[in-house]
Ligand binder design. Structure first.
Ligand code: HEC
Length: 180
């Protein structure tokens, strides 16, 4: 398909093809270790449990184990089923051990959130990102004991937002306006 395109566009075309095949790679993750994730798993932040600046849940009913790691001063390995979120439209979920060792079995989600609920806009491993770049690209900077969770001082570059701005986004989660 690229050969039919005027040569100055060839490089761009090639890059598009390359990134398309890159996205396809998420299928190579081990499916038997993959949790089923219905869109109803993504709730209004106020229904989750706060830990520091972010919120957590556990899709396998193991919230205490998730909180133990999230609230630890020393970090640790989040258990399967852990759901972590800072702002309504960005979520990390931990699949069963061995699903995708490259991301410590975390899957990254970008959501479209509205009063009607959450729709998955993008999901996957190293390739998923937002306008600022790849989720994994930033989160891998967290020191190893933090299991790709950036927190405020785990080694990631700080986001260009103040704590007030982040709290403002958290407090205006459109999903919280409906009774569940
Ligand atoms: C530009 C770097 C960057 C990108 C890109 C990025 N993040 Fe983050 N993320 C951070 C930082 C830094 C924090 C901690 C912010 C804070 O609390 O000060 C964070 C916080 C979070 C948290 C709360 C838990 C934690 O790690 O502190 C989740 C969940 C999260 N991000 C998910 C995502 C997802 C999903 C994507 C992609 C759709 C994404 N992030 C893209 C840097 C990034």
């Amino acid at each position: 398909m690229c050969s039919k395109i005027f040569s100055s566009k060839l490089k761009t075309c090639f890059l598009i093809l390359l990134s398309t095949s890159f996205i396809g790679q998420s299928d190579s993750a081990n499916d038997s270790k993959k949790l089923e994730i219905p869109e109803s798993a993504f709730k209004c932040l106020a229904e989750l449990t706060a830990s520091g600046a972010f919120f957590v849940d556990n899709l396998l009913g193991n919230l205490d184990a998730t909180l133990a790691v999230a609230n630890s001063d020393e970090g640790g390995k989040y258990p399967a089923g852990s759901l972590v979120t800072l702002v309504p439209n960005e979520v990390m979920i931990k699949h069963l051990e061995g699903w995708n060792p490259g991301t410590n079995d975390w899957e990254f989600f970008l959501l479209d959130v509205s009063a009607e609920g959450s729709k998955i806009a993008a999901r996957g491993t190293e390739e998923v990102g937002n306008r600022a770049g790849s989720c994994y690209g930033c989160h891998q900077l967290a020191r190893p004991q933090w299991d790709l969770v950036c927190g405020v001082d785990h080694g990631c570059a700080a986001l260009p937002f103040t704590r007030e701005q982040i709290r403002g986004v958290q407090n205006s989660d459109p999903r919280c306006t409906t009774e569940n």
